[in-house]
Design a protein around this ligand. Sequence first.
Ligand code: GFB
Length: 314
Amino acid sequence: MIDRTAPTFVTGHRGMVGSALVRRLGAAGFTRILAATRHELDLRDQAAVDRWFDVHQPAYVIHAAGTVGGIHANASRPADFLYDNLLIHATVLHAACRCRVDKLLYLGSSCIYPRDCPQPIREQYLLTGPLEKTNEAYAIAKIAGLKSCEAYRRQYGCNFISAMPTNLYGPNDNFDLTSSHVLPALMRKFHDAAADGAAEVAVWGTGAPRREFLHVDDLADACLFLMDHSDQEETINVGAGEDIAIADLARLIRDVVCPAAHIVFDPSMPDGTPRKLLDVSRLHALGWRHRIPLREGIESAYQWYRSQLPAAVT
Ligand code: GFB
């Protein structure tokens, strides 16, 4: 187990993943969780990141920061996604190596795997085929980060490990309809439909693509588990092990949020990858499994969403 009293830096602590990590580490008794807002530290600035590491001397780093978004944000802002993420991963890994941190966990994304992978997707399928076009830029930056972890291990002996989470959801998700992922977007659309008395909710694409969803609290738990129990170079998929068609996800969210709404599909919007189900047998073999079933997770995420709204619109 890693030392609960050692300084532990969570990058991106205001985001959905970073904030879940801070909650999880706090519950596990970590006494020195380090964090920096975007305003305090621009992770794209190597000199600033080096200075920050010199001053704070983290023993551990969980690297959850990044410029992220759903299919539309990825497809419309590829330069930002590539630039920000290439830099953010490069600066943090380089500073962590320079400061000789004891261990770093790098978080990737299931979109790093080839678009038309056999399913479920095993870790060894990385770089065996072309990427999905809608998120190619983001995926390339994420692959560069993953390969950097391997390179720092080989050249400098750094204990950098990595995990590849599936699509995530939960508290502190992004609910902006142009930049969010599907689950928070649909939650908001159905909520707004209930509030406005609207009969129809538009679901992008055909509804046929399949996605796997993991509650972010499960991901945070898996991250702590890997920090405690894995030192291996090979990346590890983190998922729930089952997927669902977007049309069925829409029905599930409708049932929780606004059962009266009618779903209409908008085929002018992209479907993206047809299917993205991770093979999680490597993680299961280490002894970790997710706990939060999808419907229960959606119900609790919806409660959280409502708790954030002004009283008049909940
Ligand atoms: O979650 P999502 O934006 O990202 O979309 P990806 C998943 C599927 O849901 C796509 C459909 O087929 C969307 O067309 N969808 C239906 C919607 N209605 C909506 C809606 O209202 N909003 C959104 N956003 N989607 C992202 C990647 O891919 O997943 C990233 O772009 C990253 O790089 C992330 O990997 C986890 O699963 O397609």
